[in-house]
Design a protein around this ligand. Structure first.
Ligand code: MRU
Length: 351
C-alpha cells in the first residue's frame, strides 16, 4: 500500500487517502495549497509521524506555488515562503518528523541561488526523495527488527504504525511484515486506540488487506491478555524520541509498556532516525498535543458524555527509556544506554 499519499502532477495537488473514513470508505482528498495541507494534518486526514513528514514535504512545494501565484514584490518571495513554512511546521506539535521535513525543504531553498520559479522543480525533487526514502527506510527498519519477533508468536501493537502512517510498509507493522516475509507465523493484537480508533480502524484494516492474522482488543484488555499469556512481545511506533531514548507515542502506550515490564514481555519501539530528536534531551521536554473535546465526548456524532463535563484529550504520552527493550531503526536495533546508542546511530547516519 504505497498510493495513499501521491502527488498528482497534472492536478498540481497532493492526493491523500482520507484516513478518517476508513475502513468504510476509500476516498481521496485533494490538497491544492498549503492551507489544505495544514487542514488535512490538523483534522487527521493523514496521520502518523513519517506520513506527516512526507505530507509536509509536499506541503512546502505547494507553499512555494502559493507564493508564486500571489505574485507581488519579487524581492519578498523568500520571506513569504519562510512564513508559510513556519505555519506548516506548527500544524501538529508532537511528531518531530513534521519539523524535520520542513527544515530539510527549507535548507534546500536557502541554498538555492535562483528565482522562486526556478526553485519549484528542485523542491519537487526533494519532496519526492523524502517520500521514496521513507519507504526504503521502513523496509530496512523492518528487516532490522524482524529478528526481535519469535516464530509462532503474538505481537501486540498500539495505534497505527503501518503503511498508512508512513509513505508505505510501516514501522511497527513493517517489522511484522518483514518477520512474515522471513516465513514466521505471526498473530497480531491491535489495541483499538481510543479515541480516534487507529488500531481498530486502520491497523486491523491494513493487516487484513495483507492477509495477516489480526484481532482487535479494547485498550483496557491489555493487562488481562498479558496475564493470560496471550502476548509474546509488543512493537509500537513513535512520534518523537528524545536524546535519552524516552519515546512519545499514542496515548496509552506508556501503560502498555508498564504492563509489559510487569509481565516480563519485551517492549520495542520501531521508528526511523528522523523521529529521534537529539535537540530534545528527555521526554519531559516533548510537547504533548491536546486534541478537540468532540473526539472524546462524541462517538459517531452521538454524545457519550453529559453536557458541560470537560474531557482530557491528550493525544500522546511518553514511555521512559528504561521500559524499552530496544529501539528498532533503519541502522539496526539500538539498546540501552540509549544516550550512547542514539548518538552513535545519528553520527553514523550523518557520515
Ligand atoms: O495521532 P496520530 O494518529 O498521528 O498518532 C500516530 C502514532 O502515535 C503512531 O504510533 C506514530 O506516529 C508512529 S507512525 C509510524
Amino acid at each position: 500500500m504505497e498510493n495513499h499519499i501521491h502527488f498528482d502532477i497534472a492536478e498540481h495537488a497532493l492526493m491523500l487517502l482520507d484516513q478518517r473514513l476508513l475502513p468504510g470508505r476509500e476516498t481521496h482528498v485533494a490538497c491544492r495549497n498549503v492551507d489544505d495541507i495544514i487542514h488535512a494534518l490538523k483534522t487527521m486526514v493523514v496521520r502518523g509521524a513519517p506520513a506527516i513528514g512526507v505530507t509536509a514535504a509536499w506541503g512546502c512545494v505547494l507553499a512555494l506555488r502559493d507564493v508564486l501565484e500571489r505574485g507581488g514584490d519579487p524581492s519578498r518571495w523568500r520571506a513569504d515562503f519562510n512564513t508559510e513554512l513556519d505555519r506548516l511546521a506548527q500544524a501538529r506539535p508532537t511528531a518531530v518528523n513534521l519539523r524535520w521535513a520542513v527544515e530539510r525543504m527549507r535548507a534546500v531553498a536557502s541554498a538555492f541561488q535562483g528565482s522562486a520559479a526556478e526553485l519549484l522543480p528542485r523542491l519537487e525533487k526533494e519532496a519526492r526523495a523524502i517520500h521514496q526514502e521513507d519507504i526504503a527506510i521502513c523496509k530496512a527498519l523492518g528487516r532490522a527488527g524482524a529478528d526481535c519477533i519469535p516464530d509462532n508468536s503474538t505481537v501486540l501493537t498500539h495505534c497505527n504504525a503501518g503503511a498508512l502512517a508512513t509513505a508505505g510498509y510501516g514501522t511497527a507493522l513493517g517489522v511484522i511484515r518483514a518477520a512474515r516475509e522471513q516465513g514466521k507465523h505471526i498473530r497480531v493484537i491491535a489495541d483499538e486506540t481510543r479515541p480516534f480508533l487507529q488500531g481498530a480502524r486502520l491497523t486491523a484494516w491494513e493487516l487484513k488487506e495483507d492477509g495477516i492474522d489480526v484481532t482487535v482488543a479494547c485498550d483496557n484488555a491489555c493487562a488481562l491478555l498479558m496475564q493470560k499469556g496471550m502476548v509474546d512481545c509488543v512493537v509500537v511506533g513513535a512520534d518523537r524520541i528524545a536524546a535519552n531514548g524516552d519515546s512519545a507515542n499514542k496515548i496509552g502506550t506508556f501503560g502498555v509498556a508498564i504492563l509489559a515490564q510487569h509481565f516480563g514481555i519485551p517492549f520495542y519501539i520501531a521508528a526511523p532516525l528522523s523521529t529521534i530528536d537529539t535537540a530534545t534531551p528527555t521526554g519531559a521536554e516533548i510537547p504533548i498535543e491536546e486534541r478537540p473535546y468532540e473526539e472524546v465526548a462524541l462517538l459517531n456524532d452521538r454524545r457519550i458524555c453529559p453536557e458541560d463535563v470537560p474531557v482530557y484529550n491528550f493525544a500522546f504520552d511518553v514511555t521512559p527509556a528504561h521500559l524499552i527493550t530496544g529501539i528498532i531503526t533503519e541502522k539496526g536495533v539500538l539498546r540501552q544506554p540509549y544516550t550512547d546508542s542514539i548518538a552513535a546511530a545519528k553520527a553514523s547516519a550523518s557520515r
